[in-house]
Design a protein around this ligand. Structure first.
Ligand code: ATP
Ligand code: MN
Ligand code: MN
Length: 295
């Protein structure tokens, strides 16, 4: 089949049906626009989505229509979205993964408007290569407090010998992601995240919560360590969000947090200008920066 070049020398043999279909009505972003965005970020995004079990938020009629959070295959699934059995549980339905840009194009064709990988690859399912701390600010939390929390988490990861990276969620918060050598298993990874969350909320109970209590959330930041259990997911770096504004979860440099970056300030619409002008990829060394989690 003919390869269709898009941009950045990225091409795909996956044909979009109805490329003009609008997925984000208020922002007038179409299926083709989404594919073009992913071609732009593909080289940076690939290591975070290739060969990882994926959960997908599919919205066939765009963000205002019905939505389905799917971890398993459906009838008529595009063959570039592959199925893979969980090595620990061969009886449950197989998980989904992609191998390359054709896979990502197939996700666009399938109206997967959010991509949520596991924090591991299928080469080493039981040994995650990242620890994710999801900062969920309640009502009435100033953005500066979220930035302070992210930097404190970075500091606490560094005491464990781990380098961490930060991205916008594309929603309300930030995600601080520590890079770990895939050696420790899921329970150790989750324990490390939980210990940091509990220590921070014990030290600063007026600022942080480490239990998921909607009632107490106002004025506090919930340090959501629960993304780190086996089978849990978090939105991928560069994934779009199925929300108004078409924000994306964008890797940023730590120094950028002192500037104008907000949780949803990078969008499908302005990502090209950001990538064009910025001083490189702030997450370029993510995997090179990995250290073992000492247990
Ligand atoms: P925000 O900044 O708004 O908190 P977020 O990505 O951190 O953005 P959510 O969109 O609320 O937070 O999602 C929380 C997590 O729960 C996500 O990381 C996702 O992987 C997972 N999740 C989302 N929807 C579902 C669902 N329907 N079923 C199971 N898990 C889900
Ligand atoms: Mn969150
Ligand atoms: Mn959360």
């Amino acid at each position: 089949m003919a390869k269709t070049p898009i941009q950045n020398d990225i091409e795909t043999s996956v044909e979009l049906t109805h490329p003009e279909r609008i997925y984000w009505p208020e922002d007038q972003i179409s299926k083709q626009d989404l594919l073009d965005y992913y071609a732009l970020v593909w080289r940076r995004m690939a290591p975070f989505v290739v060969n990882r079990p994926l959960a997908l938020l599919r919205c066939p009629d765009g963000i205002d229509g019905p939505r389905f959070f799917q971890k398993h295959a459906w009838k008529g699934i595009n063959p570039h979205i592959e199925e893979i059995a969980d090595p620990e549980d061969k009886d449950t339905a197989k998980f989904l993964k992609i191998r390359d840009f054709d896979g990502l194009a197939a996700l666009v064709q399938s109206a997967a408007l959010e991509i949520h990988p596991w924090g591991t690859t299928t080469d080493h399912w039981e040994k995650p290569d990242m620890i994710i701390m999801d900062l969920d600010p309640g009502e009435d939390v100033a953005w500066g407090k979220v930035v302070i929390a992210a930097k404190e988490i970075r500091e606490r990861f560094s005491i464990l010998g781990l380098n961490s990276f930060v991205k916008t969620s594309g929603g309300k918060g930030l995600h601080v992601v520590a890079s770990v050598k895939p050696q420790a298993t899921w329970p150790h990874i989750k324990d490390a995240a939980e210990a940091i969350a509990h220590a921070m909320s014990a030290d600063s109970p007026e600022a942080y919560l480490s239990v998921a209590s909607k009632a107490k959330r106002t004025g506090h930041i919930f340090l959501d360590y629960l993304r780190n259990g086996r089978g849990n997911t978090a939105v991928a770096p560069y994934s779009t969000r199925a929300r108004k504004g078409a924000a994306v979860s964008m890797p940023v440099g730590w120094e950028e947090l002192d500037g104008k970056i907000g949780p949803a300030s990078v969008t499908v619409g302005n990502a090209a200008s950001r990538l064009g002008q910025s001083s490189g990829d702030p997450w370029e060394d993510f995997f090179k920066a990995a250290s073992p989690l000492k247990i």
